[in-house]
Design a protein around this ligand. Structure first.
Ligand SMILES: *Cc1c(COP(=O)(O)O)cnc(C)c1O
Length: 435
C-alpha cells in the first residue's frame, strides 16, 4: 500500500547546493518538490525561486520608465561619483551621513538635505522628499487641506494606476474635494464661483496618462494663481526644467507640452508635487517643492515621518541631481537612453546583428519607444530594434540576465533604446544562442 518513501528533505536540499543557494531556501524548495510528488523537480523550483528575487534584467521593451522594472534605470553604485573627492582602493564599510550637519555637528532634517541642489536645478526655494509622488500629494492635502476645501477641475480627477485615484487620496487626507467645471471644460470662473472661507487650496493635476481632444478647455497654473489662494501643481513626472539644459541639443520633440517644476513655480504654483522616478530619472521618491512656509508645514506634520524615504533613496536621488548639475549625461541613464540618436541606435543594431550571425531570423526594424510609467501621455520616441521570427519572449526571459522584450505582429521586438550599449555583446550572444 505504501508508496516509495519520500527522499529526506535535507538530502534533496543539499543536491541543489551547487547553484549558490541559501540552504534554508533550498529546504523550502525540497519540501515543495516532495509535497507535489515530484522530488526530481527540486532544481527547477530552486532555480525559479532564485530567479524571481529582485535582480538585474535587460530592458528591451522600449518603455523607458517601466513600472515593473523599477521605472528609471539607475547607475550601478560602482559607477557613481559621490560628493567625496578621495578614492579608496577597497571600499571600506562606512556609515552614511543622513542627518548630521557637518558644520555644527548637530542633527538636522534628512528630508531637506537636497534643497540646495533642487534650488539650482528647478528654482525651488524649499524642498521636501517623501516616498513617492502619491505620498507627496497625500501629505500636501493632509497638512494643508485637512478639514478644509480643495478645488479641483472635474477634468483632472484622475486615476494613475496602482490604486492612485484622486478622490480616494482626498478621502484618506481628510481634505474635502470640491470639484468644479465639467469633464471637458473648466474655466477660471468655475473655480472663482466655488471659492469660500472654507477653501484652503486649489489643486491642478496633470493628465499624465491620457489626453483629451475636441471641445476642451482647462485653466492653467498662472490663471489659477490669480485666485489668491495657494495653487498646488501635481505635475506627476518630475521634469525639472522643460528647457532640458542638461541635454546637448534642444528639448526632444516627444517632451512637448509636458509641465516642469521650474515652469510651474514660475507660473505661480505655491507648491509642486512630482515623482523622482519618472522624467527626473532617479529612484522612487516624491518631491514637494516651493514656498518655504508651506513646505515647512508639510515637513512638520506627523505624517511626514511616516512617508520619509530611507538613506539609500536619498543618496541615490542626490547622485542623480549631482549628475544634472555636472551636466554628466553618462551618469543620467534615463536621459542618455532617451536622447540617443537613431544613427547611434542603427549602428549598434548592425553590430549586434553581425555578432548574432543571422540567428532567429534577426532583422533591424524601425520601431516606436515610449516614455512609460503613465508620463508624457502618447509620447512616441522613434527607435531601432532587432526583431526575431515568432514570439521568443519566453526564451529571452530564461536567460541570465533575463532579457525583457515585447511581441508585435508575430515577431519579437528587442528595442535598443532602453538597452545600455554595454549589453550589446550580450544581446548578440543571446540571439545567436536561440535555436
Ligand atoms: C505618477 C503620478 C502620481 C503618482 O506618483 P508616484 O511616484 O507614481 O506615486 C501622482 N500624480 C500624477 C499626476 C502622476 O502622474
Amino acid at each position: 500500500m505504501d508508496g516509495p518513501r519520500p527522499p529526506a528533505i535535507d538530502r534533496l536540499a543539499r543536491s541543489v547546493s551547487d547553484i549558490a543557494y541559501p540552504h534554508p531556501l533550498a529546504v523550502v524548495a525540497a519540501r515543495e518538490a516532495v509535497r507535489s510528488g515530484r522530488p526530481e523537480d527540486v532544481r527547477e523550483i530552486a532555480v525559479a525561486t532564485m530567479r524571481n528575487l529582485i535582480g538585474p534584467v535587460v530592458n528591451a521593451t522600449g518603455v523607458l520608465l517601466h513600472t515593473n522594472l523599477g521605472r528609471a534605470p539607475l547607475l550601478p553604485r560602482s559607477r557613481q561619483a559621490g560628493p567625496s573627492t578621495r578614492e579608496a582602493a577597497v571600499e571600506p564599510v562606512r556609515y552614511r551621513n543622513i542627518e548630521i550637519d557637518l558644520g555644527t555637528g548637530k542633527r538636522d532634517s534628512r528630508q531637506r538635505r537636497l534643497e540646495t541642489l533642487l534650488r539650482v536645478l528647478a528654482g525651488a526655494d524649499s524642498a521636501l522628499v517623501v516616498n513617492n509622488g502619491a505620498a507627496a500629494v497625500l501629505l500636501v492635502l493632509t497638512a494643508l487641506g485637512r478639514d478644509r476645501q480643495v478645488l479641483v477641475s472635474r477634468g483632472e480627477l484622475i486615476e494613475i494606476g496602482g490604486g492612485f485615484r484622486l478622490p480616494d487620496v482626498f478621502a484618506a487626507s481628510g481634505a474635502e474635494l470640491v470639484s468644479v467645471g465639467t469633464t471637458n471644460r473648466t474655466r477660471l470662473d468655475d473655480y472663482a464661483r466655488a471659492l469660500s472661507d472654507e477653501t484652503a487650496l486649489v489643486l491642478s493635476v496633470h493628465r499624465s496618462n491620457f489626453t483629451m481632444e475636441g471641445f476642451v478647455q482647462s485653466t492653467g497654473v498662472s490663471e489659477l494663481s490669480t485666485l489668491g489662494l495657494p495653487v498646488i501643481a501635481d505635475i506627476g513626472s518630475g521634469l525639472l526644467d522643460a528647457a532640458t539644459p542638461w541635454l546637448p541639443g534642444p528639448p526632444p520633440a516627444w517632451l512637448a507640452g509636458e509641465p516642469d517644476v521650474r515652469g510651474s513655480l514660475a507660473a505661480g504654483a505655491s507648491l509642486v508635487c512630482a515623482s523622482g522616478d519618472k522624467l527626473l530619472g532617479g529612484p522612487q521618491a516624491g518631491l514637494i517643492l516651493g514656498r518655504p512656509d508651506l513646505v515647512e508645514r508639510c515637513g512638520s506634520h506627523p505624517l511626514a515621518r511616516a512617508l520619509r524615504p530611507g538613506g539609500l533613496v536619498l543618496e541615490s536621488l542626490q547622485e542623480t541631481l549631482l549628475a544634472y548639475l555636472r551636466g554628466d549625461l553618462d551618469a543620467m541613464p534615463f536621459w542618455k537612453m532617451a536622447s540617443a540618436s537613431l544613427e547611434e541606435l542603427h549602428g549598434r543594431a548592425g553590430k549586434i546583428l553581425a555578432g548574432a550571425g543571422g540567428a532567429g531570423g534577426a532583422e533591424i526594424a524601425e520601431v516606436t519607444a515610449t516614455a512609460g510609467a503613465g508620463s508624457v501621455a502618447g509620447s512616441a520616441l522613434p527607435s531601432i530594434a532587432i526583431t526575431l521570427v515568432g514570439d521568443r519572449r519566453g526564451a529571452l526571459l530564461a536567460g541570465d540576465p533575463p532579457v525583457v522584450a515585447r511581441a508585435q505582429g508575430g515577431r519579437t521586438v528587442i528595442d535598443l533604446r532602453t538597452v545600455d550599449p554595454t549589453d550589446d555583446d550580450l544581446l548578440s550572444e543571446v540571439i545567436s544562442s536561440l535555436t
